[in-house]
Design a protein around this ligand. Structure first.
Ligand code: GGG
Length: 354
């Protein structure tokens, strides 16, 4: 039996509730691939910050390095500024382990209503490839004369040819395996005349290697309109770190809820562990009420299983979630239901067992 050692960072807010559900679903699905898991929990996040003044110990990346994958819940707390929680935990993981692909699917399930009128189940089916190690998240810059009338803040984006080429190439390679074989690139190169012009040039050059894949390039302002006006037309979408983040919240809402949005932070070379997390944050407004939708975390666990090449187990989760939603099974309030997190998780697990 293949054994996998998974690092678990439940994190903050609803993170622990949904991560527990994700682990239970992965355990239930494991038998389909003859796999076994050891889950190693790390108590990092804002509770740790309140005790130690940092989100995780200085050697936290060394602890994570030896694992086969990382499962993360959520980070964020109303009393801690978000740049501290992100820069203290999430972003160093993505960078150190060179998880340059942030893969975020958006699929309209049967039984789930899109807020857009008249959308058929399955008609919205896109995969967003978000650059995940540089761009607007590069954390380059500084403050001078802070907290004075002369306060100056400089925040620099970093776009490299290597960084652009590799995320764009990953998007094309995936598109080639999908029936529609389309890639849309999203930038703002009319205003970002250095960084995003480089991105556009890389996109045009990589596209030449994939003559069987059709392309479009959109400015971000046009892209947000088209996501609403013609979401069905998008297949694979590739965008910078910031634009990818924003677009995937929009994509999640178009297909019904943030509570369904899964993601993987992936090192395609497999030299380092990849990290899987729901797109949503810690949701302090509903923390502790037991009503968080666990499906985004469960689907993130399925992405992890797929990355670990446990395809049958991943498929078992996808099938169970699809069946449950189609059948009108229990659902949390974000999907207009009245069920609790645990009820939904139990129903998914029961469905996996069928
Ligand atoms: N589920 C992970 C989480 O809590 N994310 C919070 C967040 O703000 N993420 C921003 C990002 O992914 O760039």
């Amino acid at each position: 039996m293949a054994r996998f050692n998974i690092a678990v960072i439940e994190g903050d807010g609803i993170g622990p509730e949904v991560t527990r559900a994700a682990i239970a679903a992965a355990e239930a699905a494991a038998r389909f691939s003859g796999a076994d898991f050891e889950w190693v929990k790390y108590p990092w996040g804002t509770d740790y910050y309140f005790q130690h003044g940092q989100m995780a110990p200085p050697d936290f990346l060394d602890h994570l390095a030896g694992h086969d994958a990382i499962l993360l819940g959520a980070v964020g707390h109303p009393r801690v500024q978000d740049h501290i929680t992100l820069n203290g935990l999430l972003l160093p993981i993505r960078r150190r382990f060179d998880q340059y692909v942030c893969l975020r699917p958006a699929f309209l399930y049967e039984g789930v209503d899109s807020p857009l009128a008249g959308k058929r189940a399955g008609s919205i089916d896109m995969l967003v490839y978000r650059e995940n190690t540089e761009g607007e998240y590069a954390n380059v810059g500084g403050r001078v004369y802070a907290e004075s009338d002369h306060d100056v803040a400089i925040q620099t984006s970093v776009f490299t040819r290597r960084g652009c080429d590799r995320i764009i190439r990953a998007a094309f390679e995936k598109a080639r395996t999908r029936p529609r074989r389309r890639v849309a690139s999203i930038t703002k190169s009319n205003a970002q005349g250095y960084s995003m012009v480089l991105w556009d040039q890389c996109f045009a050059a990589v596209a030449k290697e994939f003559p069987d894949v059709s392309t479009e390039s959109l400015l971000i302002d046009r892209a947000v309109m088209e996501f609403v006006r013609r979401p069905e037309s998008f297949d694979v979408v590739v965008a910078s770190n910031l634009f990818g983040d924003i677009l995937t919240d929009l994509a999640a809402i178009i297909v019904g809820s943030m509570g369904l949005a899964a993601s993987g932070n992936i090192d395609p070379t497999r030299r380092s562990p990849s990290m899987f997390e729901p797109v949503h944050g810690s949701a302090p407004d509903i923390t502790g009420q037991g009503i968080a939708n666990p499906l985004a975390a469960i689907l993130s666990a399925a992405m992890m299983l797929e990355h670990l090449q446990l395809t049958a187990a991943a498929n078992a989760i996808h099938r169970a979630v699809g069946d449950l939603l189609r059948a009108g099974g229990p659902r949390t309030p974000d999907l207009k239901g009245t069920s609790k997190t645990e009820e939904v998780a139990r129903a998914v697990i029961a469905q996996i067992g069928k």
